[in-house]
Ligand binder design. Structure first.
Ligand code: FMN
Length: 293
């Protein structure tokens, strides 16, 4: 099915885009109006777009329902400052509660049971319970339209970053497994990031991968190796050589058993290489595949 966005109703555009552009991190924005009233609301139209200068953007959109704007937008137009608190799994229900459309001047810190902690450079308070908070000044507010659903880009520069000591090791490095971010998807769906679903994709920064086009045809057209497997194999920076010292009992068995049937042998080698690749053993997988070429 192909959807032409011009033919969709505003609510449908929102529905499809929010489901497919996901997961989105959540900016928990603390702002203040010119009279000092504090506001706290979550926004998943949010990300980082530059590290130097350190720029984050989030977007309080015009409501699809009635085209009204959000207090957060009004506040940053009055006082161009925001604390962006990072949302983690242990706070997600309270964060959701804070997104209720309480009237202006209602402080969602109180409604959602969070504690105000004074920021050090700007007026809006930080969320004490959040393990990561960023004090930001607003660089620009860019409306993207005038109809319901139109976003308002709030472009912020991070002035100061607060990270809870529990997330840092002795070298002041972050442990990604400890943050436990949550992210928003479509409708009521969220996901959480924890040790069980995190994984590494090694990417050499200084050297180029040989590329899938450089893989031998028998590997490239394998019915057994997946796209991910080919990506792993093609990420080596030089085409591997057969290592005469490579000694592997399972490989020996495959070669011995299937030597009379080269087609079956190739299949077995690919299955074995696939298993190794799925375990992250790229060098070993290459040796297995080279023995069959
Ligand atoms: C997790 C989450 C993410 C949200 N993301 C957005 C968003 O990116 N943009 C938006 O306009 N509203 C978003 N909302 C809805 C706002 O939080 C909600 O409209 C809130 O009442 C706005 O508060 P305010 O009027 O006090 O600024 C989100 C709600 C939740 C629970």
């Amino acid at each position: 099915m192909i959807f032409d966005l011009n033919n969709l109703k505003p609510a449908e555009k929102q529905y499809y885009l929010q489901h497919v552009v996901a997961p989105r991190p959540i900016c928990f924005a603390s702002t203040i109006d010119k009279d000092g009233n504090v506001n706290l609301s979550p926004f998943s139209f949010f990300n980082m777009f530059s590290s130097n200068p350190p720029i984050l953007i989030f977007s309080p959109a015009r409501r699809v329902r009635d085209n009204t704007t959000k207090h957060t937008l009004q506040n940053v137009l009055e006082v161009p400052e925001v604390v962006i608190n990072i949302v983690t799994y242990d706070m997600v229900q309270q964060v959701s509660l804070s997104s209720c459309e309480y009237p202006e001047n209602v402080n969602e810190f109180i409604k959602a049971g969070f504690t105000e902690e004074p920021a050090t450079l700007i007026k809006p308070p930080m969320v004490k319970e959040s393990k990561v908070k960023m004090e930001c000044k607003i660089v620009e507010v860019k409306p993207l339209g005038t109809e319901g659903g139109a976003g308002n880009l709030i472009i912020c520069e991070v002035l100061r970053l607060h990270i809870d000591d529990s997330l840092l090791d002795e070298n002041k490095k972050l442990d990604q497994r400890k943050i436990n971010h949550v992210a928003r998807l479509g409708g009521d769906w969220y996901c959480k990031v924890d040790e069980s679903n995190l994984f590494h994709v090694p990417k050499p920064n200084t050297e180029l991968g040989i590329g899938i086009d450089s893989l031998p045809e028998s590997i490239r057209n394998s019915k057994i190796l997946s796209g991910n497997n080919l990506g792993q194999l093609a990420n080596v920076s030089t085409f591997p050589f057969i290592d005469p010292a490579f000694d592997d009992l399972h490989l020996k068995n495959i070669i011995q058993y299937f030597s009379v049937n080269p087609e079956e042998m190739e299949k077995e080698l690919h299955w074995y290489a696939k298993k190794l690749l799925d375990e992250g053993k790229v060098t070993t997988a290459w040796q297995v595949l080279l023995s069959g070429i």
